[in-house]
Each structure stands twice: as structure tokens, then as C-alpha cells.
Design a protein around this ligand. Structure first.
Ligand code: AHM
Ligand code: MG
Length: 337
């Protein structure tokens, strides 16, 4: 049977009362922007989009040309639709209310326009991550503080992975669904409904070069994974690390696994490496909706009360029994040392 388009899927969701017309438009607009980003990435060296932009973001990271371009594409696409009250991005110091010239809607959009920036120039998968919140009642010109809602308040989250094919993974709180971009037609088509992540896994994803900087529970947890069949876990584990969160999460969506970016001595002062509002929270929502789990190691990710737009957190997410194992090591350490 021919897969249905994203547009048709969204209309069905609207008719079922699960989303309203504004949220439908918002998702369509973000998906269209992601198509433009996908086309720019696909041109690679021929499009003049590779390399450094020569600028930095508020987090002290050097921006790539594609970071800036993707941010601009998402900003421009979302400014005038009337569905948003404000936007926030990894690449912008502060959130932006929708300009007065345009109609304002009731949603807040947060995004990491180009995740996995270190992989752009080497032609490895990168992605876009986004999260949608409601603008608090009575707020017409939202500031940063209005975005600081826990992940449980998200009404929609998604990511696009720009790999051998471009795929959009989406949840509006009723399961996680995968759409694949038909490059000839220019539409996202629903290719997998209601993804279910296996509860158990034999595959983990972590940047092992940080091992000596990890805290004790992480050292013990990964030590036991590496001990394999002869160790306490009684089975051998495989390892993968793409260094694009989107690509690593997409593998977990597809075949299970655990992804972690734990606290380490290098990022401890910042609270972690990955950002809560536009990386960890949207991924946690997507993963939970696919039957998986997401935690900081000490708390359910979606229940973290944010304190800053660019706040960082430790991340453990994926197959739910394996995430529970990682959390158990932290609990044990916190109570017994
Ligand atoms: P970015 O948003 O600036 O690309 O940074 C986030 C990325 C994640 O996609 C990935 O999981 C992680 O940083 C990789 O970090 P490292 O290079 O330390 O392995
Ligand atoms: Mg990122």
C-alpha cells in the first residue's frame, strides 16, 4: 500500500481531535524548512555550505556555515505563519518573540537547527531537533522565562535526520512515527507508524574517550557492559558512537540501544554536555512515546524543571530496561557510595 503523506497524516490527526489547525501548520512549516536544510546539505561542497562561519554562539562553540544557514531557514519559515508566539534556538543567545509585523499564535518553538555539527564537513549524518510548547496564557511577547517549562509540557517534538535518506520522526503525544522524504515529489511520507523500541538491548552508545573523566557510577556501569558474558550482566555488548545525537537516537528508534552523554569532569560545571530544552527533552518525549525511557541518571528527563534556555544535562535514553540499569548504578552509588 502506498504510504500517506505527512500532510494527510496531520489532517487525520486534526480530524481525530489530537492536534489543532495551528499545530498542524507549525509541523508543516518545520517540515518544509527541514526539506530546505536537507537540500542545502545534499549539495555539500558544490553548494558552498561546508566549513566554518567564522562566528560563535553563546555557548562558546564555533559555528559552521550550515549551523547559521539552518537557523536562518527555520527562523524565516516560522516568522509569518501566525502559529507561533516565539522561537528559541541553540544558535541564538535569547529567544525571539514573533515580530510585531506578523500575527502571533499560541505556540513556542525551540530547535537545534543542525545537530552533530562536527560531522558536517565529513559527510556523516546530521539532523535538526525541535520541541513545541504552549505559550503561557496572557503572554503576548514571550521572553526566555516563558520557555522554561518541563519536558512533560511539550505538545510536539521531532527530529529530522539527514543521512542516506532524509527522515522525520515525530510525536504529538500519540506514539512516535517515522516519515521518509520522497526527493522526487518533495513530500515526507509515513513509512513507520507507532515505533516500538525493544525493552532490552546489547548495544550502547557513548564517547569512550571521556571514560577517565566520568563519575564513579558511570565507570562501574560501562565497566560491567564491557565485561560482557563473563561479567555481572551475563551478555556481550556492542558499541556505536556517531557523534550526531540525531543519528545515534535514530539507530535506537530503529533497533534499540542506550545512548548516554553522562556528567564528566570536563562538563560538570556546566551540568553536562547536551542541552535540555532543544536536545534532551524533545528526544526524551520521542523515546518515551516509542516505549523507551529517558533519564538524567537520577531523574526522569521530562520532569526536570528548567532553569535556563541553554541549560545542560546528563543524558541516558533508549531501551527502557537498559536505561533502568544505568539509573540503578547511580541510585546505588548515591545511597551506598
Ligand atoms: P552540536 O549540537 O553542537 O552538534 O553538539 C551536540 C553533539 C551531539 O549531536 C553528539 O551526541 C555530541 O555533541 C557529540 O559530542 P562529542 O564530540 O563530545 O562526542
Ligand atoms: Mg546539538
Amino acid at each position: 500500500m502506498k504510504p500517506i503523506s505527512l500532510t494527510r497524516y496531520l489532517i487525520q490527526e486534526q480530524h481525530a481531535g489530537r492536534i489543532n489547525a495551528d499545530l498542524r501548520l507549525l509541523i508543516e512549516v518545520v517540515a518544509r524548512a527541514c526539506k530546505s536544510i536537507s537540500i542545502a546539505i545534499g549539495k555539500g561542497a558544490l553548494g558552498g555550505v561546508l566549513g566554518d562561519a567564522g562566528t560563535g554562539n553563546i555557548q562558546g562553540e564555533a559555528q559552521k556555515k550550515l549551523d547559521v544557514l539552518s537557523n536562518d531557514i527555520l527562523l524565516e519559515a516560522n516568522a509569518w505563519g501566525g502559529h507561533l508566539a516565539g522561537l528559541a534556538s541553540e544558535e541564538m543567545d535569547h529567544s525571539q518573540p514573533i515580530p510585531d509585523a506578523f500575527q502571533r499564535g499560541n505556540y513556542l518553538l525551540l530547535f537545534d537547527p543542525l545537530d552533530g555539527s562536527s560531522n558536517i564537513d565529513v559527510n556523516i549524518s546530521v539532523g535538526t531537533i525541535f520541541s513545541v510548547l504552549r505559550c503561557p496564557d496572557g503572554v503576548t511577547a514571550p521572553g526566555d522565562e516563558h520557555f522554561l517549562q518541563p519536558g512533560t509540557a511539550q505538545v510536539c517534538a521531532g527530529y529530522t535526520t539527514y543521512g542516506p535518506s532524509t527522515q522525520l520522526v515525530l510525536t504529538v503525544g500519540h506514539g512516535t512515527h517515522v516519515f521518509t522524504m520522497d526527493r522526487e515529489v518533495g513530500s515526507f511520507m509515513l513509512t513507520q507508524r507507532d515505533v516500538q523500541i525493544p525493552a532490552d538491548t546489547r548495544e550502547f552508545a557513548v564517547n569512550m574517550s571521556n571514560q577517565r573523566f566520568w563519575e564513579t557510577p558511570m565507570q562501574r556501569y560501562v565497566g560491567d557492559l564491557l565485561a560482557g558474558r563473563e561479567g555481572p550482566r551475563g551478555k556481550d555488548f556492542n558499541m556505536r558512537w556517531v557523534a550526531s545525537m540525531v543519528a545515534d537516537v535514530h539507530r535506537i528508534i530503529t533497533r534499540g540501544g542506550i545512548f548516554s552523554y553522562p556528567l564528566d569532569a570536563k562538563c560538570r560545571d556546566k551540568g553536562g554536555k547536551l542541552r535540555l530544552m532543544y536536545e534532551a527533552n524533545p528526544m526524551a518525549f520521542i523515546i518515551e512515546q516509542a516505549g523507551g525511557a529517558a533519564s538524567t541518571g537520577r531523574q526522569r528527563m521530562l520532569e526536570v524543571q528548567p532553569s535556563g534556555l541553554h541549560q545542560r544535562v546528563p543524558v541516558f535514553l533508549g531501551s527502557r530496561n537498559e536505561v533502568a540499569e544505568a539509573v540503578r548504578y547511580h541510585q546505588q552509588f548515591d545511597s551506598n557510595g
